[in-house]
Design a protein around this ligand. Sequence first.
Ligand code: GTP
Ligand code: MG
Length: 209
Amino acid sequence: MKITSTEFVISAVKPEQYPDDALPEIALAGRSNVGKSSLINRLIQRKNLARTSGQPGKTQTLNYYRINNNMYFVDLPGYGFARVSQETRKQWGKMIEKYLTERMNLRAVLHLVDIRHAPSAEDVMMSEWLDHIGIETCVVATKADKIPKGKRPAHVKVIREKLGLAKDRPVIVFSSEEGLGKDELWAWIKPRLSTDGGTDGEPSETEEA
Ligand code: GTP
Ligand code: MG
């Protein structure tokens, strides 16, 4: 994917603040610190457009990044962060739920899990919930550089089993550090942008001359 423009648009806390230009949106869900913001930066080849941090819980709003003036990445607040109040968690939960269930422009979700660990109870819940909503989801196993190459398939197997993924569901092994999985992930995302909600038919890859 050739990136011609990237732009941080808004940190939204309510639907009224979401952009109204109807561009397709790809959202990123996953535990706090799993690497959501880093993955966005890697996909768009910008060092720090999406703010990353060693401190979990950094992203607490829905952060919109407009790419090439034809799509958005929506960085969702990470879940599973212990050091926030029950009340704050509830509010995030509601905001994310509302976004995922009601947002018309949402085309697909990238669900990030850390390749090093078996998915947590919250990961499993999120996965089941995304299935329940019926939104297209791609599981991304992050921080692959932290596991030797030969051991990665075994870790992916654990992720598949824990999340109960059917054979035809993708798990993309990714490293923001090294760029591994970047092309594969773009290849998954691209066709999801070109359909008008993905009702039926093949997404058109052809271009009019
Ligand atoms: P929240 O905003 O808190 O939800 O976290 P996040 O999911 O956006 O995680 P973020 O991208 O900020 O990354 C968290 C930490 O993990 C940072 O210190 C990153 O440098 C590190 N990290 C992210 N991706 C990778 C990766 O692929 N490899 C390695 N080695 N470190 C990574
Ligand atoms: Mg973040």
